[in-house]
Design a binder for this molecule. Sequence first.
Ligand code: SF4
Length: 341
Amino acid sequence: MKLWTPDRVYFEPTAKNTAVGQRVLDYCKSKSIPILQTTSHNQVRDLPGKDEKEKYASAKKTLVVGTKRSMKFDVCKPSAHYQFSLMTNCPGSCEYCYLFSTQGKKPYVRVYVNLDDIFDTVEKHIEKRLPHATMFEAASTGDPLAVEHITGTLKDTIQHFGTLDKGRLRVVTKYANVDALLNVKHNGHTRFRFSINSEYVTKNFEHNVHSLDARFKAANKVGEAGFPLGFIIAPIMIHENWREEYKELLEKLYEALPSKRNSTITFELIQHRFTMNAKNVIEERFPNTKLEMNPEERTKKWGKYGRTKYVYPKEDINEVKGYIEGLIKKLFSRSHIQYFT
Ligand code: SF4
């Protein structure tokens, strides 16, 4: 799969006067991509398309380069202490994407140029928790590797965290273009995780992301480059043949990591969940989706900001948890399962 190329790129007023802005500008020129101006990302309206589906497709081909204004880092349980954004949204189009709950109305891809402000805020948060190390998640509002060939900001960030004695970074991706990151001085401070799933889930619901095989190969490269390595299996779905398919997934992963399978890789396990808001957006954007989102077959759970999420009934999900954790422990005896949620 080719790396993402936007059809149009909007710059907020001062974005071009930054190192990252210049990189994006050079990229646009090299690809002859139309460069447009906007006062703010909120003003990016009237994207081409006669209906919601077409407008969504246009937004997914639109990049907005701007400044991250809010420097308020949210808490990021259970994977890290805090989260920050190098970008928001994603060129991928996974039908189950968690961003439908929060970014449903603005699906264009945004990247941020003010890395110095972000790094300053990171350091302030680290100071508050000294002498303990502080963990930051950089991929909770999008997939930064998906736009790394345009911005280079993930590389800058990994490098920066390599210099921070008490700062640790976590990234997760469904992309495989890791080559430019392999020689970065990460100092073991960035845990690189790959999001993986059963064949049924990847085939039916993941679009415009790299194949599972490509992710496996990238994971092996990242592991060999000395990065702490991890995998997120998410969203775990109870579908026909789920037992066989999750077993096959973990066996393939084992085969793909000849030198890393016995190291302390981490696993994070997240069951499928949805909000009613996300369900409505998904059904509008993917009218033929096979995603199972029947609230009557699920259990209600209160989420962040008072949102109600629908998860699998306890009895069913406990069976899945026991089964998948058992497979992981058998195949990856030195791994650490960090949580199942
Ligand atoms: Fe969403 Fe991740 Fe898929 Fe991008 S890769 S669309 S962020 S689930």
